[in-house]
Design a protein around this ligand. Structure first.
Ligand code: C2E
Ligand code: CA
Ligand code: CA
Length: 419
């Protein structure tokens, strides 16, 4: 079934746009055929027919000029609109030479259309028939899915459908609470809770991630004081102020205004910068280490912590460890999951712990699901742990209940008994 917000159905004969109008959308054709035509001396000149698997209306967006021709549905059509933002963001990400080529092609195409307009009658152009191969069809379907998801994400932002869940991070050994990681969820009106891996990559590709992170940061400003307040109700839960970790991407760091945006949130809420940690994955860091460095340095100078997420999974040179102001390493869940059965993974964790020790920063082990893993990591000298064993990511209200009822001593005793 077509999503009525993402797909539009046009009855046969409908004019979608007219020559000379400004254009804000291009359209992917799911089914049906579209006639592209010019009006000349009261008559219509057909210049192309577009069918399923094609895009049309992209020209006005690519070169920001008015529509060069009109478009009408030849038969009933199902279309997926692609917004100006969606196209322009992608264009800005492409190679400058390709952008230049595209500009030239556009200009030539407009010249050709202008000639068609002034010359005498021309023979009707035969409608193209598109025969999509399986691969092309799969590509086209994937494009539609991405375009639809992007538009849905934009709507989700406008409608406030995102929510931050929180997962505890504890001190291994004492089992005192150390802080929480904020993990985004999308409360979709029909699909229910959508996990971030289903939409963060698309948000990154479309540039929407910047707005999502802006929302995340403002939400942190709302959540953090509530967490601090809950901790006051249970002084035995922690031995210092709790921190909050937030996931950010290379796209965020590439924006010059990022450190200021986050600093502004800290100033207006009065939250101590030391209680905020920025988590960035090794792989996004590797994509643009120089660009990320300036932003991370500014954030670190302001007092925030910087954690390398999924450490050990990227193909890194490790040289960034000496150049970037990193305060924490998070060992990827894959190593923790395999450590009890595979000596090699255990060795990798030991090596990471030694490395972190030498540069003087603590390690958080991710994905701890069993008492035996917690016990082994604690014995190996890992300072912090996170995983379902301590608690799954849950909404703020459940997190407040968790903090108020956290019994570190009791948990530690039970863990030792279970391991
Ligand atoms: P991550 O930053 O590595 O987050 C840890 C993920 O592991 C979370 O998945 C968490 O629910 C899951 N996890 C924690 N403990 C366990 C465990 O014991 N066992 C298992 N099987 N899984 C565990 P989640 O919440 O689905 O998030 C997935 C990824 O999405 C995150 O990986 C992060 O890269 C990204 N993400 C989440 N929230 C945000 C956000 O606000 N902004 C950005 N840019 N990315 C986010
Ligand atoms: Ca993370
Ligand atoms: Ca991680």
């Amino acid at each position: 079934m077509h999503d009525p917000y993402a797909h539009i159905t046009l009855p046969a004969g409908t004019v979608l746009f007219e020559e000379g109008e400004p254009g804000a959308f291009a359209y992917l054709i799911v089914t049906g055929r579209i006639a592209i035509y010019l009006r000349r001396e009261g008559a219509e000149v057909l210049i192309a027919v577009r069918g399923a698997g094609e895009i049309f209306g992209e020209m006005a967006i690519l070169d920001s000029d008015p529509r060069s021709a009109s478009a009408r549905a030849i038969e009933e059509c199902v279309l997926v609109p692609v917004s100006e933002d969606q196209i322009k963001h992608r264009l800005s990400q492409t190679d400058p030479i390709l952008r230049l080529c595209l500009g030239v092609v556009m200009a030539r195409y407009r010249e050709t259309i202008a000639l068609l307009r002034v010359q005498g009658p021309i023979a009707e152009i035969a409608p193209a028939t598109i025969d999509l191969s399986d691969t092309a069809r799969a590509d086209f379907d994937a494009t539609i899915a991405t375009v639809v998801l992007e538009r849905a994400l934009r709507r989700a932002l406008d409608r406030g459908e995102f929510e931050l869940f929180l997962q505890p991070i504890v001190r291994l050994g004492s089992e005192l609470l150390a802080g929480f990681e904020a993990l985004i969820r999308w409360r979709h009106p029909e699909r229910g809770l959508v996990p971030p891996m289903e939409f963060i990559p698309v948000a990154e590709a479309s540039g929407l991630i910047v707005e999502i992170t802006t929302w995340v940061v403002s939400e942190i400003g709302r959540i953090m004081p509530e967490i601090m307040l809950a901790a006051l109700h249970n002084p035995a839960a922690a031995d210092g102020p709790l921190f909050l970790s937030v996931n950010i991407t290379g796209h965020d760091l590439a924006r010059a205004s990022f450190p200021e945006m986050i600093g502004e949130m800290l100033r207006t809420t009065g939250i101590a910068p030391e209680t905020l940690k920025l988590e960035i994955t090794e792989s996004t860091l590797m994509r643009d280490p120089v660009g990320a460095s300036d932003a991370l340095t500014l954030c670190r100078q302001a007092g925030m912590g910087i954690a390398i997420d999924d450490f050990g999974t990227g193909y890194s040179s490790l040289s960034y460890l000496s150049t970037l102001p990193i305060t924490t390493l998070k060992v990827d869940r894959a190593f923790v999951r395999a450590m009890l059965t595979d000596p090699c993974n255990r060795q990798i964790i030991k090596t990471i712990l030694r490395l972190a020790d030498e540069i003087g920063i603590p390690v958080v082990a991710e994905g701890i699901e069993e008492a035996a893993e917690a016990e082994a990591l604690s014995e190996m000298g890992c300072a912090f742990g996170q995983g379902y064993f301590y608690g799954r990511p849950v909404p703020l209200s459940d997190t407040i209940t968790l903090i108020k009822g956290w019994n570190a001593a009791g948990r530690a005793a039970r863990r030792v008994a279970a391991a």
